[in-house]
Design a protein around this ligand. Structure first.
Ligand code: GDP
Length: 477
């Protein structure tokens, strides 16, 4: 159906900013067909140059073949709301042997590791502890790849739903293999075969059907077959991926989440992706820097050395990095500070530039000066009727021949971080009709320079956007 096509394409468009692993030709082809312009953005050249001046590089100095050692897979759990993502993450955490040994005092730091047995070997798996695709898209919007495998949760009594499809698109766009967890098999009316059937339509064909996707039937609530799911994750990692990293180098990785703690200052959970992170290391994470004063694991234990794929809470940064920011350990405090300061200066400049490019006030001028050719919108409303009505009316606005109005995403509900990430990657303005942003959204929009517009009257929305397109909207002060 066209809506999901648009969405699929959209996630493809998003992908090119983050990875280079899919053919650009295909994207342009798809884009052209759907009337989209697809911009292929290279990795942040400027940042590369900055690191280069300090003789540093991110993700490139992996060392020789001999240095590479097997690392645990990093997994994100995605799926439709209420299909059991949170419950499953909980069940996985508590059925695990490491937990029993450590006494079971768990700390939620944004990610955790579990140990499981496969073929007589104890193997680790890292789970990102934020269910849903918000964390996933946030990281990808910043160009980090943090996930090796997606566990797609589908409730056996419900079936494939919109966010299931969205999750599949996200995973495909990022070229990440999927393991399907058919959840709630304890429920009456559970029909696992129906799920297998439905998912073939989305290219996920179960091994039993001759495909290469592993499907595992579980109950998160009754903790049935959680071990089977963990085994499937490891088998998929071993079959499809060659997960190795060099532990013998200064650490690099990605910040998963971070906040300011009244007593402890900046607290950041980072995922080490290569190298070994040690207490005392000087690190720079996005625009933040500092020396690692202490590290805590997901049982609240002190950690002195963190190897690849290990998530740890880091204390000692002077400010709070953003989720998805990459980090790296450097030789000297001075270097970390200088890199962070230059990034801060650049971010301030970029924010100003962003704002100028995207706000509704500046639209008329930007159009007149040919800086942009289209107005791109994301529409969120309190019900599907009003969203459609608003979209229809907006599409009828005519301003000359050249200006096109494109709606890249529409939906019912509050404005989410996902919407903002999408808006940031496509330079869209977000229109909210009778809705409010969810927590943290305004901050993200400010940071990304995304303009959000709220309306409660359809005509007001149309008038204002029409005026903006004609360059008649006066800046608000
Ligand atoms: P999320 O929105 O995907 O994170 O879903 P939750 O983990 O919050 O689960 C939604 C609801 O489904 C909760 O009431 C859970 O108790 C219930 N639930 C989750 N897993 C199972 C399961 O395996 N069996 C049954 N019967 N209920 C489940």
């Amino acid at each position: 159906n066209p809506a999901s096509m648009v969405q699929a394409l959209f996630h493809l468009g998003e992908m090119v900013t983050a990875t280079q692993s899919v053919s650009d030709d295909l994207l342009e082809l798809l884009g052209g067909e759907m009337g989209y312009e697809i911009e292929i953005v290279s990795p942040d050249e400027e940042d590369r140059e900055l690191l280069d001046t300090f003789d540093l590089a991110y993700g490139e100095n992996d060392g020789g073949e001999d240095d590479l050692q097997i690392r645990p897979p990093v997994v994100t759990v995605m799926g439709h709301v209420d299909h059991g993502k949170t419950r499953l993450l909980d069940a996985i955490r508590h059925t695990n042997i490491m937990d029993k040994e450590a006494g079971g005092i768990t700390q939620h730091i944004g990610a955790y590791q579990v140990a499981t047995e496969l073929g007589g070997n104890e193997r680790l798996i890292t789970f990102i502890d934020t269910p849903g695709h918000e964390a996933f898209t946030a990281m990808r919007a910043r160009g980090s790849k943090s996930t090796d495998i997606v566990v797609l949760v589908v409730a056996a009594d419900d079936g494939v739903m919109p966010q299931t499809v969205e999750a599949i698109n996200h995973a495909k766009a990022a070229d990440v293999p999927i393991v399907v967890a058919i959840n709630k098999i304890d429920k009456e009316g559970a029909n696992a075969d129906k799920i297998r059937q439905q998912l073939t339509e989305y290219g996920l064909v179960a091994e039993e059907y001759g495909g290469d996707t592993m499907f595992v039937e579980v109950s998160a609530r009754q903790r049935i077959n959680i071990d089977g799911l963990l085994a499937a994750v490891l088998l998929t990692a071993d079959a499809a991926l060659d997960l190795r990293a060099n532990p013998n180098m200064p650490a690099q990785g990605v910040a998963i989440e971070a906040h300011l703690d009244r007593g402890r200052g900046s607290v950041a959970t980072v995922l080490v992706q290569r190298g070994t992170l040690r207490v005392g290391d000087s690190i720079v994470a996005g625009n933040a820097y500092g020396r690692v004063r202490a590290m805590l694991g997901d049982h609240g234990e002190n950690v002195y050395e963190a190897l690849p794929s290990r998530p740890v809470q880091v204390l000692g940064l002077t400010s709070v990095p953003g989720a998805g920011d990459s980090f790296l350990a450097v030789e000297e405090d001075r270097v970390a500070r200088q890199i962070a300061e230059r990034r801060q200066a650049r971010a301030r400049k970029a924010q100003v530039a962003n704002r100028r490019r995207i706000t509704l006030e500046d639209l008329g001028t930007a159009l007149a000066e040919n800086k942009i050719e289209n107005l791109t919108l994301i529409i969120k409303g309190d019900n599907s009727g009003t969203v459609e009505a608003l979209e229809d009316s907006l599409m009828k606005i005519v301003v000359g021949d050249e200006v096109n109005l494109r709606v890249v995403h529409r939906g019912v509900g509050g404005i989410t971080q996902d919407d903002i990430n999408l808006a940031a990657t496509t330079s869209a303005i977000v229109v909210g009709f009778n809705v409010k942003p969810v927590r943290g959204v305004q901050e993200l929009a400010d940071r990304e320079g995304v303009d959000i517009r709220y309306y409660t009257v359809i005509y007001q929305a149309i008038d204002e956007i029409e005026a903006a397109l004609k360059g008649l909207l006066k800046p608000e002060f």
